[in-house]
Design a protein around this ligand. Sequence first.
Ligand code: ATP
Length: 418
Amino acid sequence: MTGKLSSLPVLHQTLLRQIDSQAAALGLPAYLVGGGVRDILLGQPALDLDIVVEGNAIQLANVLSSKYGGALTIHTKFRTATWQPPEGPPLDLITARRETYRAPATLPDITPSTLANDLARRDFSINTLALRLADSTLVDLHNAQVDLQNGVIRVLHPQSFIDDPTRLYRAVRYEIRYGFTIAPDTLALIPPALPFVERLTAERLRHELDLAFHETCPARVLARMFELGLLNAVLPDVLPWDSDLAKQLDSALAVHPAPEWGLGLTFNGQPLNLVLGYAAWFSGLAQSQITLLHERLTFPLTVLKNAQAVSALLAELPALAGSKPSAWVRHLTDVPLTALYAAHLISGEDAIKRYITDWQHIHPKTDGDALKALGLPPGPRYAEILWQLRAAWLDGEITTPEQEQTLLNSLLNSPMTE
Ligand code: ATP
């Protein structure tokens, strides 16, 4: 593979060669476009391989999967297909198209068209580059190379942010990720576009915020969004930002939690950085504010529950300070692990860490079977007795199995407390 494409990993090059040869056989010009080309020119790893075809991309995808295997996902409405080859990254195959917006912030109407029109529908000049697979010719119709060199984010036309206000959030991500600057003309288009954010669906708007947590510096992305009014546009006066919050977010996301927390890369099916990110961001909000945000953005349940749990736990910490271990355990038992982690980072409260490392593992030797064997009739006393034994161990009131036995005998002989 010649020229620019030779900087890609060998497997990527092989896949592009396969696409090139099958597209050529069908007589379809095919191009690598968008973020992939941008990242190749920036000398960064190109993760996204989007292919635009002047012609039927679904036809090409079918040929590729029958010749080389792998799986296809077809989106007939958008005339696109995702080909997951047997080995390597998924590739998006896109029928070159023109987009027209009937109303601001809605999804566009699309018609098959030329490469030039496909590039003209894009968000910023730096995302309009195309590399022709056949000969690695670079197509640059919007001065993208100059903007890449100067580190500038520039929309292609004045209506761009109003047509699609998600681009406001995209601009900030690119600005922070690459250390670029939004061009003055483009910056001036932001304030008049802000009122159109409220027309975005919950899903589209939340997706933009989610993506901030996948960046290297989420706190800087959110800080810049705040500065430009993009957070206020989500819900007026609800989403705060300040330097303390930035530090909290950094500490929650900068390093993976230590092994004792037992957290993996996902939590209940959601990416850990997303769950922790929102939980840290919303930690100082009242429950009613989190509810308002949920009404606007419809978070996945795990994200919502964790954010609510962190905010609730932080509000309760002053009252819990200095409590016995058993009181902490009673309180922390039902709090999700990620919420405990975030609350510990934010508050520095050592009892939360002790709960994770020690207290949660302390249980009496006696269990339900033992109580049954002693002839205790089924009922709420089981839970009460087992808890009292556990609390005594936790609080250091008993330290040996013999003492537990003595306490058990006295509990069995005493009436229920509630
Ligand atoms: P990232 O590295 O963040 O994934 P990307 O450029 O690959 O960046 P995608 O969101 O995968 O971004 O989109 C692929 C391409 O589709 C972009 O490069 C851009 O040209 C175009 N695109 C995506 N979203 C929009 C949008 N809202 N408006 C116009 N063009 C868009």
